[in-house]
Design a protein around this ligand. Sequence first.
Ligand SMILES: Cc1cc2nc3c(=O)[nH]c(=O)nc-3n(C[C@H](O)[C@H](O)[C@H](O)COP(=O)(O)O)c2cc1C
Length: 452
Amino acid sequence: MAVPWWEIQIIRAAICAPGRSWRPILYIARMSSIPNADALAGTSLPQGPSPLAGKHLVLGLSGGIASYKAAELCRALVKAGASVQVVMTEAAAHFITPVTMQALSGRPVYTSQWDAREGNNMAHINLSREADAIVVAPASADFMAKLLHGGADELLSLMCLARPLAQVPLILAPAMNREMFAHPATQRNMAQLSADGATVLGVGTGEQACGETGDGRMLEADELLEELEAFFTPKLLAGQHVLVTAGPTYEALDPVRGITNLSSGKMGFAIAQAAWRAGAQVSLVAGPVGLATPRGVQRVNVQSAEHMWQAVQPLAQVASVFIAAAAVADWRPAQAATQKIKKDASGATPDFHFVENTDILASLARSGRAQSGALFCVGFAAESHDLQAHAQAKRLRKGVPLLVGNIGPATFGRDDNALLLVDEHSCEALPQAPKTVLAAQLIERIAQRLNS
Ligand SMILES: Cc1cc2nc3c(=O)[nH]c(=O)nc-3n(C[C@H](O)[C@H](O)[C@H](O)COP(=O)(O)O)c2cc1C
């Protein structure tokens, strides 16, 4: 009888690029036995409903080269399900036309406080009252200086001043030349705007439109989208430090072959993303996967189970939550060959000997911090059947308060999954959904347990 693919460690030759991506070149297993192998090449997390869906945003543009990125941002916001009302300063309209922004937002753009389209001629009142937030991207040095002093001589600054402070948050995405950004006046203005309650986002570093290199580039549209999605996510894990392991491990047999498994890392990466959005500091220890690092997450790349154990230990000293989503190899070759093991004409097959890897989850669950309640440990179990019984048994064996069960073939490499949450008193099924959605639900359940 064939051994189920998810239970065997599949031997494959791989090119492991330094850093984080890898490309399998040969599976020593029948490809037909590996479902969804194409998914291994994926780089982005599955998309679920965005926290921006149903939100209404005023997108303000002030005068800066980065206005072109606001067009892309507007498109991304609409795609995420938000409605967008664009308001532009006179300077912004020198960089990008209101026509473009109207086409992308699907609404006429406002550029003047004297705009008579509003019945009462008070766009600054009407548009700000219906917004869930005002996002100014790009926020020019001049615009922030004006805001700081309560200036209101054109529509966008007037609207920021007139907005109900407690209900309509102001989010600023600075964009300017590096000298302008580093200038004490700009730094002082941004600090004071933060103190006044605005959310001042960070900036990117690199080559600037003016030809200089340094800090001050506006964040890219996808980064701004991530920041805004995080902004609208309840901060259930504020003050927590979440440590997540994700992906497979790779145990070298020789310089070109190793033992690994089909974990794509998507579940663990989605959990890291959800934890960051929920306000946690997040450390992600990742096996060899080709996924992009979620925004705000501190990532450590590892290959083998022992590398993972080395990386996890110091982080577990400072983390308050440990989520073990990685598919860690139970065994490694006792000795990896230093040269490629060659096939000869004799038909003889190589004889491999294995030693057991450290059980990362069980070891941390036994640690003083976990036992004292300072480190809340969550395990994952990939099973093939009898999920509840196996998940409960694994929870007790590992000594963790919460175990997340899933069906191996239904999760490895896939964008969707279904989870079964098992603790001492209960068993809760989270039905089939994108992994990003399940990750947010899992974070919610963990937060409930931390607060109970
Ligand atoms: C070609 C050009 C590029 C500019 N780029 C920026 C910029 O990226 N960031 C910035 O703060 N100001 C930039 N400025 C200056 C602003 O456009 C200027 O301060 C303007 O008055 C800002 O008006 P506003 O804040 O009302 O939109 C640039 C000016 C020019 C002529």
